[in-house]
Structures are given as C-alpha cells and as structure tokens.
Ligand binder design. Structure first.
Ligand code: GLC
Ligand code: CA
Length: 639
C-alpha cells in the first residue's frame, strides 16, 4: 500500500481505491467495527465511484458546518500527504522489545509502603521479587510525576519531579537501579498532549497574555457562551472551557484541568524533547506515550462532522486522531529526544486510540523512524459494542484481530494487550456474572494468558491480570474515583442506564489495589477494592501450582526459552466454530496452539503429532478439548 494512491484519489475514484489507501481502509474498518456490520457488505459497493456513494448517502449522513459531506471528509483524510520514510531499516540484532514481556504498574494501586492509602515507589521496590519471579522483561509505570491528580497523574504539573505521595527522586533513582541490577528494564509514561492547568506554563499563559507560554496552548477569543467549535471532551461536555482569568476559551480534549499543548509551536516540541532527554539521562529505557496520536490538530480547528457524532456519540476526532503534522512531530521527537549520543534509541510506545492497522503501520513501520510500537484498541471490544455496553466479549474477535494485524503488518510489530488502567477486567468481559465461579474464572484467565503469550508480538500485562483479577462489585458512585465515570454519571438523564453503563465500563475496575494477601485490608486505600474471592491473591497463588499466577509464570518461561513463541512465524492452521489452531515456528522449534474459545467441550480439529507441552484443562484428551481451554504442543524441532 503506497502513499502515492492518496494523491490521485477524487470523487471519480472507486471505493476499492479508497480502501487501497491506509487512512481510507482504517476509516472504513472503523465504521464497520462501530456499526457491527460484517466486511462482506463492502463487496457489492467496491466498484462504485465515491461520487455515487456521496449522492446516495449525503442526505442520511448529513453535512458539516462547512458544507462537507461524509464522503468529502473521508476523502480529505485519505488524501492528506504523509511524510515519506527517510531511514533505511538497520540490519543487526532484533531490538530487545520485540521479544519482551512488559508489565504495567499503576503505581497508586500497586503497593503502599507507608500505609497512607496510596501506592508508592518504595512499595514497587519492595515487591520487585514478584516481577522477577514472573520473569517479565520491562516495567511500565503509569505517571509518577508531580500532579494535582484530577486524572490520576495524567495531568502533570511538573515533568521533572516525583509526586510527593509516590516518593522522592532518590526513590526513583533507586528503583531504576534496582530494576537494572535484576535484569529488568523500566519505562515511564510521557503525557504531553496536555498538561495540568497547574503547570507553570499554563499559569504564566493565563496571567500574562504576552508571555511566550501563551502560545503553548490553544487559546481562542470569543464570547463566554459560544465555544470556538463543537468538539467534545472525552470526559463529557464541550472540549472548551472559558477562562475568566485568560479572558479566552481554552481547549482540553480530556478534563477541563488537562489543557492541550499546541504542538505546531516549535518551543513546545523543544520542551518535550528536553523532558525526554532529562529522563533518558537518568537511566530509563523509554516511554509509553499518552494519546500521542492526538498531538497534531487540523489548522483552524474546524467543527466535527454530525455523522461522526452519531456513530461515536462524540465530536471532532477526525480533526486530530491522525493530524497533518503527526508523523513529522514523531520523527523529530525520535531524533531530538529519544536518540542517545551513541546513536541508540530508547523505546517509543505510542498509546494511539482511534487508529487502525494501516495507520499503525505508518506510525510504527520499521524504518519509518517514528514509533516502535502502537497500542491499537480495536481488539478490546467485539464489533458493534463499546466499553460502556454490558455484554459478553467474544474471544474469537481477539484471536482474529491479532492474526489479522500480523498478516497485514509485515513491516510493523504488533503490541499485544487485553487490559490496562483504562479498561474493565477481561475475564469479567468474557464471563459476565459467571466470573464469580472461581474455577471458571481461573480457566478463562489461563486461556487468555495463553492466547496473549503465544501470539506474535510484544506482550503487555497489566497488574492483576496474572492473578485473574475480575471487576469490582461496586454498589454505588461513592465507591468510584475516576473523573470519566463520575462525569458520565453527573451528565446522565437516566440514573439506572448510566449506572449500568458505568458498572460495565468504569476504569476503576482496574485501579483498585493489587491483592497481595488473602485478607488484605484496603479500607484506607484511595480506591478500596471489594473483590475478595478466596484464592485470587498473590500469596494464595504463589503457594498453588495450579494457579493463574503459576500458569502465567510457566508460559512466560516457555516464551523466553523458545523464540518461536515470541518472534517466530505465525500461521493460522485451522478454525471452526469456537476452535482455532495456530502455529508458531522458527529455526529452532515449531509449536501448535489449539484453543477452545467457547464454554462447551468440542472434538479437536486435529490431533497433532508431538508432545503436549501444557494444557489448561485436565479433562482434555486425544479427541476432545474442553470448554475455555488451550493446548500447546511442541510438534517439531524446526519448521
Ligand atoms: C490516556 C490514559 C488515560 C488518560 C488519558 C488522558 O488514554 O491512558 O488514563 O485519562 O489518556 O491523559
Ligand atoms: Ca504510600
């Protein structure tokens, strides 16, 4: 797929030409995903001209305030020039992060060393053994920087100091050393789409209109009753707040206290590169980069299209999810910030909500000199659903999504994840209320771990995933802390429907303290946990060879021992109903992974000739594979 296509696309082009452009393909995929429509609906329209589609759909999809129809908006996105890759692919050893298992720590809820209710850096240092035993390769710490905490640290006040409740700079230095001396790497979270309103840059910007920092943000003149455009905030309400102090509107894609930086200003980009260099000099191995695909906004900040609003219940995103200067900014930041004096680069992992596989390749393709990995969120919900729906997630979607991403990304490496601090627990999404059955819960947790750790790509685990954590039985809003959930409830018309949605999708499910012991007292924690099913703490699972934790440990060990399971080739062998079989192989070994992604036992699709390495169920035999199960078989020394 060459960007050249983009230059010639017009209303006379056909749907198939649009699908041959990276952005066109991703946008169409997104519409299918949101509407839940199957891919074959495209077959009869592939040959139609875009102009025809435009005439047929214009009345239904509406026009924006600039008069543009949906097809015109898509055409504009698909024809936006994309930076040509400059760098040749360096030959040499594979980068370390390709075969790594990352472990995400949400520091406020990992381990609290001084009992003040907030997890801290000393708590992490004291619990490093857990991570060493699990044998993960790299820790990713969600933000630990000085912050007023409106969005749990994703609103930064000072990028060069540690939040007092988390510890001190010395603690952080000690943690970095402790990781490195145990063979672990460590990355931090770079939140630079926005700063906190309490950041000194913003403070100077609002108190002194002539300060250079005024140009760091999006201030717009106007009347206090008419925001500059119709964009919405991800945390409910308009993306603009009138600042009396500044006498102007100010843009915030997230909470009103998280004000967007204007990356078209070179000083902003210099500041960010300096922050990155500051932390690399202190020894960190890279960054996960928060909503990094949102940093470039369309000039003039035009209104969002009404059809996008209908589809996503959200407005404006088409003007910044893949903005005009995004690729240039990332390439520059890689050069100016992430490249060390010796020419090596620290790892750049983009959190990139809203992108599809093709834009992911443009952002992280080998030799493009931008990001190393991207988080693509399209695998996290079954097509036709969002995080706020109370529904059962279908694991077939996860497997299909990762298989497809691998087939379509020969030039980019896939990031594998099923959980993070922004999503409910995957076992609950799959099992719903049945997750209260401990045996079923453990079974499904092991199955998911098997899928993730035998797929091709870099695996990211989120704290608690290795224990089979499930959603919290929250009983009311007073038990929640997250600004996203609370705003959603506050803005809702119907209490019942809003509560059902929040209970399904709240980020707080993932943010309660890690259960280190069976009878842990969380009552003083900033966000107390309530889920207390016996057997799902670290202490209990350490002592149990059949536990979810033991399973994760043995799988990570297997993945480390046999490169075929991480970086080897991936081939789909068979699929039927809920059963899927894939193969992993390299010069050293060949493996078959069979999974049953449904509740009922089934006849196996094949009987591999080889040695069963492990199986999640002891009821599986030569002919049958039990429900929610996986079997890993070593079928040969080499391909
Ligand atoms: C990312 C973070 C999320 C945060 C948001 C705004 O999506 O993962 O936790 O609220 O960005 O920074
Ligand atoms: Ca503490």
């Amino acid at each position: 797929m060459k960007p050249q296509h983009t230059r010639t696309l017009t209303m006379r082009s056909r749907v198939r030409d649009l699908l041959a452009t990276p952005v066109g393909r991703d946008v169409v995929d997104k519409v299918l995903l949101f509407s839940g429509a199957p891919r074959w609906v495209l077959a009869p329209v592939r040959h139609l001209r875009l102009g025809t589609i435009d005439r047929l759909t214009r009345r239904w999809t509406g026009v924006g305030t600039d008069g543009a129809s949906l097809v015109e908006v898509v055409l504009r996105l698909a024809t936006m020039p994309v930076r040509e890759a400059g760098q040749a692919v360096a030959s040499g050893p594979e980068p370390w992060w390709k075969s790594a298992v990352f472990y995400q720590i949400y520091p406020a809820s990992f381990a609290d060393s001084n009992g003040d209710g907030i997890g801290d850096l000393r708590g992490i240092i004291e619990h490093l053994d857990h991570l060493v035993e699990l044998d993960v390769d790299c820790l990713w710490l969600s933000p630990i920087f000085d912050s007023p905490g409106r969005d749990q640290g994703y609103d930064i006040r000072d990028y060069r100091s540690v939040l007092a409740a988390m510890g001190t700079m010395d603690d952080l230095d000690e943690l970095i050393d402790a990781c490195h001396s145990r063979g672990l790497r460590i990355i931090l979270d770079l939140v630079v789409n926005h700063t906190s309103v309490e950041h000194p840059w913003f403070q100077r910007a609002i108190t002194d209109p002539s300060a250079p920092e005024r140009g760091y943000y999006f201030f717009r003149d106007g009347q206090p009753d008419t925001p500059p455009n119709n964009w919405r905030s991800f945390f409910s309400g308009p993306a603009w707040t009138w600042s009396d102090e500044a006498g102007a509107w100010v843009l915030h894609l997230f909470d009103a206290s998280q004000v967007d930086l204007d990356w078209s200003n070179p000083s902003v980009r210099d500041e960010v590169a300096a922050i990155v260099r500051f932390w690399l000099d202190r020894g960190i191995d890279g960054f996960r980069m928060d909503v990094i695909n949102y940093i470039s906004k369309a000039p003039g900040l035009p209104d969002g299209h009404p059809f996008v609003e209908r589809l996503l219940e959200f407005t404006g995103i088409e003007h910044y999810f893949h903005g005009p200067q995004l690729h240039e900014h990332l390439a520059e930041l890689r050069r100016e910030g992430f490249t060390r004096a010796d020419g090596s680069t620290a790892v750049m992992i983009g959190e990139t909500p809203g992108i599809g596989v093709e834009i992911g390749r443009l952002l992280s393709g080998a030799g493009r000199g931008e990001l190393d990995l991207v988080f693509n969120f399209d695998g996290l919900d079954t097509p036709g659903h969002t995080r706020w729906d109370d529904y059962r997630y279908d694991l077939r979607h996860l497997v299909d999504f990762w298989l497809d991403a691998n087939v379509r990304s020969p030039d980019a490496w896939v990031a594998l994840f099923v959980e993070n601090h922004d999503n409910p627990r995957i076992v609950s999404k799959v099992l719903g209320s049945q997750a209260s059955d401990p045996a079923l819960r453990a079974q499904v947790a092991k199955l998911i771990g098997t899928i993730e750790l035998t797929m091709r790509g870099t695996a990211f685990l989120f704290q608690g995933q290795e224990l089979g954590a499930i959603n919290e039985p929250f009983t009311g809003p007073d038990q929640l802390r997250d600004v996203e959930s609370l705003n959603r409830l506050a803005g809702a018309n119907s209490d019942d429907a809003a509560w059902t949605a929040v209970l399904a999708g709240s980020r707080d499910h993932a943010r309660t303290p890690v259960r280190w012991t069976e009878h842990q007292d969380d009552s003083a924690a900033w966000l107390p946990g309530h889920e207390r099913t016996p057997g799902f703490s670290v202490a209990a699972q350490r002592a149990d060879p059949d536990s979810v934790l033991a399973w994760y440990r043995s799988l990570i060990a297997l993945r480390h021992e046999h490169s075929a399971l991480s970086t080897g080739d991936l081939t789909l062998i068979r699929r039927g109903g809920h059963l899927v079989v894939w193969q992993r192989s390299d010069a050293e070994s060949t493996w078959l992974v069979e999974v049953n992604l449904g509740p009922r036992a089934r006849r196996r699709l094949l009987r591999p000739d080889g040695q069963v390495q492990c199986s999640t169920s002891n009821q599986t035999d030569e002919h049958r594979i039990s429900g929610w199960s996986a079997i890993i078989t070593k079928v040969g020394p080499a391909r």
